[in-house]
Design a protein around this ligand. Structure first.
Ligand code: IMP
Length: 477
């Protein structure tokens, strides 16, 4: 028997090298599966204390992407995906509309319900006007008809929408909404100043070709049929097959089946070996997610006695995946920004994180005050409470079985808003790239100059022989 050595992030460091540029000049864009390009290589975990619509919107606005968890009904998950996709647009493809014979009261109701400030008016699909809060401002009689109050013959854009052209029209006509019509006058979309301003406010947002935020969704390996249809309808950008043991017949078959039923890219996982990666790639996975047991809330390794320290798992999986042009996502075990640099230098295209994001304002749940400090809940999807809410199949359990958890329920310190925290993580990565002389993630992936360190080396690398009097935003023990 040969017992192989395997390493975790704490066992290694990257060797510094010459650089002729500053960290701020590095490029951290990455592709995590076909047509899904991120401006920062980070995914928020598909966990019910990490990623729902609010987190997914926040992280995508800043260049990463969220994967909405599946501990909720398929319709609710699809609704959340739709909310993320609607948050930012270049062109709203199916705008809400109203007919001429509806009342002003109806319009106010619709506008309030959907938090919008105006509606195109249509007759048999053809645009005949636009009604905005400006048109109704002095209108005391709420029973008046839309046709009497609307602006008829509004400024429109005809044919294929063009954003620069739209911006010029907004400026020239001092309007805020620009309906798009085809040659027959049929309404095909709506461009708003609000969306253009949002794009200007978030120039690094991770978006699809229509300028909508990217978002992923977790799906089970068994019983995904209805969910994938609803999610595809909501225009989800990718699926993540959410299973603790991804090197199984069920997961490989799920990858193949989802690929034949939809055009949405599929990320398969989780695996921790080269052979596991190969089997999922052979099944058709567009990307592979690596991690068996590294998660901060995970007890799989002690409960089941299996797993691979995460650095070695990423190296092994990427040897197979990268040779076949398939991206790898390193999932779990990230404690500091330096671990992100190590994971990407080990061959991953991006990392998925739960713990570090669970304490942010945008994660689900409210803040908890405990002994004078603020926390948020963070629990494993294999914890008792999460299993009771339906995630047992991720851990190969039936709903009627007595739960045998592979995760715990806990709390993490509250960290405030995502934006400044993400800046710390990404700048830590950029600094690592600068120290290695790698200008982009492709160069970092092929750098491959690691050294193994001892326990003394790890101790030396952390703060030692001093009490911290002012915690920095990117380090605590
Ligand atoms: P973290 O960032 O180290 O906390 O790891 C998060 C990752 O742990 C998730 O993306 C999942 O892959 C994994 N995970 C989530 N819940 C559990 C669990 O209950 N047991 C084992 N692994 C889990």
């Amino acid at each position: 028997m040969i017992i192989e050595e395997s390493l975790s992030y704490d066992d290694v460091l990257l060797l510094p090298s010459y650089a002729d540029f500053l960290p701020g000049e590095t490029d951290v864009t990455c592709t995590i599966c076909p047509d899904v390009v991120l401006n920062v290589p980070l995914l928020t975990a598909a966990m019910d204390t990490v990623t729902e619509q609010e987190m997914a919107i926040a992280v995508a606005l800043h260049g990463g992407v969220g994967v909405i968890h599946r501990n909720m009904a398929p319709a609710e998950q699809a609704r959340q995906v739709r909310t993320v996709k609607r948050h930012l647009n270049w062109i709203i493809e199916s705008p809400l509309t109203v007919e001429k014979d509806r009342t002003v009261r109806d319009v106010w109701d619709i506008m309030e319900r959907y938090n919008i400030s105006g509606l195109p008016v249509v007759e048999d699909g053809k645009l005949c006007g636009i009604i905005t809060s400006r048109d109704m401002r002095f209108c005391r009689d709420l029973t008046l008809k839309v046709g009497d109050v609307m602006t008829a013959d509004p400024i429109v854009m005809q044919g294929k929408p063009d954003i620069d052209h739209a911006k010029r029209k907004f400026d020239a006509h001092k309007i805020e909404k620009l309906p798009v019509v085809d040659d027959n006058g049929v309404l095909t979309g709506l461009i708003t100043v609000k969306d253009i301003e949002k794009h200007n406010d978030f120039p690094h947002a991770a978006t699809d070709p229509n300028g909508r935020l990217l978002v992923g969704a977790a799906i089970p390996a068994v019983g995904f049929e209805q969910r994938i249809e609803l999610l595809a309808d909501a225009r989800v950008d990718f699926f993540v097959i959410d299973a603790a043991h991804g090197d199984t017949k069920n997961v490989a078959e799920a990858v193949a089946a989802v690929k034949t039923r939809t055009k949405v890219p599929v990320i398969g996982g989780n695996i921790a070996t080269r052979e596991g990666a190969k089997r999922l790639i052979d099944a058709g996975a567009d990307a592979i997610k690596v991690g068996v047991g590294p998660g901060s809330i995970c007890t799989t390794r002690v409960v089941a006695g299996i797993g691979v320290p995460q650095f070695t798992a990423v190296v092994a999986a990427t040897e197979e995946a990268n040779s076949r042009g398939v991206p790898v996502i390193a999932d779990g075990g990230i404690k500091y920004s330096g671990d992100i640099t190590k994971a990407l230098a080990a061959g991953a295209s991006a990392v998925m994180i739960g713990n570090l994001f669970a304490g942010l304002k945008e994660s689900p749940g409210t803040e908890i005050i405990y002994e004078g400090r603020i926390f948020k809940s963070y629990r494993g999807m294999g914890s008792l409470a999460a299993i009771q809410q339906g995630s047992g199949d991720r851990y190969q359990m039936n709903a009627d079985e007595d739960p045998v958890p592979e995760g715990i329920e806990g709390r993490v310190p509250y960290k405030g808003e995502l934006k400044p925290f993400l800046h710390q993580l990404v700048t830590g990565l950029r600094k690592g790239m600068g120290y290695c002389g790698c200008r982009n993630l492709e160069q970092l992936r092929s750098y491959r100059k690691f050294i193994k360190i001892t326990a003394a080396g790890l101790r030396e690398g952390h703060v030692h022989d001093v009490s911290i009097t002012q915690e920095p935003p990117n380090y605590s023990r």
